[in-house]
Design a protein around this ligand. Structure first.
Ligand SMILES: Cc1ncc(COP(=O)(O)O)c(C=O)c1O
Length: 199
């Protein structure tokens, strides 16, 4: 955690007896300024975990299908299953997400494809070209969720974050978190960025 953040948390006269603003107005404004994006398209949650849960509750009905890479963050499959959706696992090649293998798992019932880029637990990533190819070849009606939890760690020139690539796409939903790069996991601050009608 940055010493500056630590100081603010310990010095500030926090009003812990008050419920927080459910719409996270100040935080959304600050995020939109820092990431140059529209505050009305941001939704905040108790970690991006909660945003994944909300997405599953919002988009999925029992018997709908979700595609996740075989080695991927467990919460995608857990929250999908809780709402009764079927989870299809796309093979990875050398522990890397494969666009072709994801597309092989798509059916008429597929509603969401989840990927983390870079991926947890494998640490591999899809290049900008590969992510754009995935969105292009995927049916427009299927929501592509790109989890940017570790985006700030990437320095590779052939990589672009989901947020950088798809700020204006309604059929892509981006997940972000303060837990990793900012070392603030215990504060449970995550956010999602997507179509205004979803946020
Ligand atoms: C890929 C990925 N997404 C999301 C999360 C959840 O992060 P948080 O709920 O702390 O924002 C994690 C945590 O390990 C993760 O690895």
């Amino acid at each position: 955690m940055s010493p500056k953040a630590k100081k603010i948390i310990s010095n500030k006269n926090l009003n812990l007896d008050k419920y927080p603003d459910g719409k996270s107005q100040n935080l959304r404004k600050a995020i939109s300024k820092a990431y140059k994006c529209n505050s009305e398209k941001i939704i905040c949650g108790a970690g991006s975990d909660e945003v994944i849960q909300m997405l599953c509750q919002l988009f999925l009905n029992p018997k709908d299908e979700v595609v996740v890479p075989e080695y991927s963050f467990l919460m995608y499959r857990i929250y999908s299953k809780i709402v009764g959706a079927k989870v299809a696992f796309a093979k990875e090649i050398n522990f890397k997400v494969s666009v072709n293998e994801i597309l092989k798992k798509i059916t008429k019932k597929t509603r969401i494809v989840f990927i983390a880029n870079p991926n947890n637990p494998t640490g591999t990533y899809l290049t900008k070209k590969e992510v754009l190819e995935l969105r292009k070849r995927l049916n427009k009606k299927i929501l592509l969720v790109i989890d940017d939890a570790y985006a700030e760690y990437m320095k590779n020139k052939d990589y672009s974050s989901g947020l950088d690539l798809f700020k204006n796409k309604d059929n892509v939903f981006i997940l972000r978190t303060f837990s990793k790069m900012f070392g603030l996991a215990s504060l449970r601050v995550g956010w999602g960025y997507g179509s205004k009608k979803n946020c």
